[in-house]
Design a protein around this ligand. Sequence first.
Ligand SMILES: Nc1ncnc2c1ncn2[C@@H]1O[C@H](COP(=O)(O)OP(=O)(O)OP(=O)(O)O)[C@@H](O)[C@H]1O
Length: 307
Amino acid sequence: MAILLRDVVKRYTDRDGTSIAAVDGLTLEVPDGVCLGLLGPNGAGKSTTMRLLTAQSRADGGTINVLGYDIPREAKQARALMGVVPQTDNLDEELTARQNLEVFARLYRVPRAGLRAAVDRALEIAHLSGRADARADKLSGGMRRRLLVARGLVHSPRLVLLDEPTVGLDPQVRADLWGLIAGLRASGVTVLMSTHYIEEAVRLADTCALMSHGKVIATGSPTELIADHAGDRVEEHEGSPERLAEVEGLARRAGLPTRRTGPTVSVLRAERISPSLADSLANGARVVRRAANLEDVFVMLTGETVD
Ligand SMILES: Nc1ncnc2c1ncn2[C@@H]1O[C@H](COP(=O)(O)OP(=O)(O)OP(=O)(O)O)[C@@H](O)[C@H]1O
């Protein structure tokens, strides 16, 4: 097992003295070689979990093991084998792309004889070989993100932690990074990636852990999670508030879960709707049927939405 978290708790005290459990009894396992997507809305506790794994922050309870090392006691050994890609860009502006990587390669004690090759390899993975000698402040936002990933890979880690790797990026840059992460996953490196983008988790993760209010509330492949919690099909109804309430009532009586998004009620497990119930639900109005997705699962389980 690459990562093992058991009943982990991390509390913060607000300015007014109230205590918040940012991580609140979190249990999570990440097997070797798996890309696990930690999916949750803002404030779910994803970044706090990442900081606990790197021992930048200390848990108030529970146990954490990373690559066989007890955290925080053996954090130094664990850190030597893991690559961390932070959410915030903290590149050295005045150094070139290559120099940024060299600094980290030395920090991670990459042997001097192999240092140049390690840096070249990281530049190549991040498609930055052509910009190796450009200063970081002269790189585009997307290139800087790729350089941050390269920096986390320079010592060939067995495990990579990516905290919201594509937050705030435009679609083209996001697609580039997805390619990069998919490549990492294919190479057998264990990846733990936090995200609040459903699509990112679905595309990249072998396993998703859904996180809400500091806990993991469901784990599985996107397909398993959808099948277990939302079924196969979803029927979407629009209409007046009275009409929507009627749809909810009919669905509830038939034992079918529903969720409301603005002016729409979605009836889950729509494959179980009988022809007569279908008529009553539609009541002459247009109904859209679609495949169930991970967002349905998330909203079903938490009442919260993710992007
Ligand atoms: N240093 C801190 N002091 C006080 N409260 C904190 C601190 N760090 C996080 N929190 C609180 O803990 C909770 C979880 O925050 P965290 O940043 O881990 O969530 P997240 O899932 O990573 O969200 P985001 O996607 O916005 O980064 C939030 O309520 C946050 O306000």
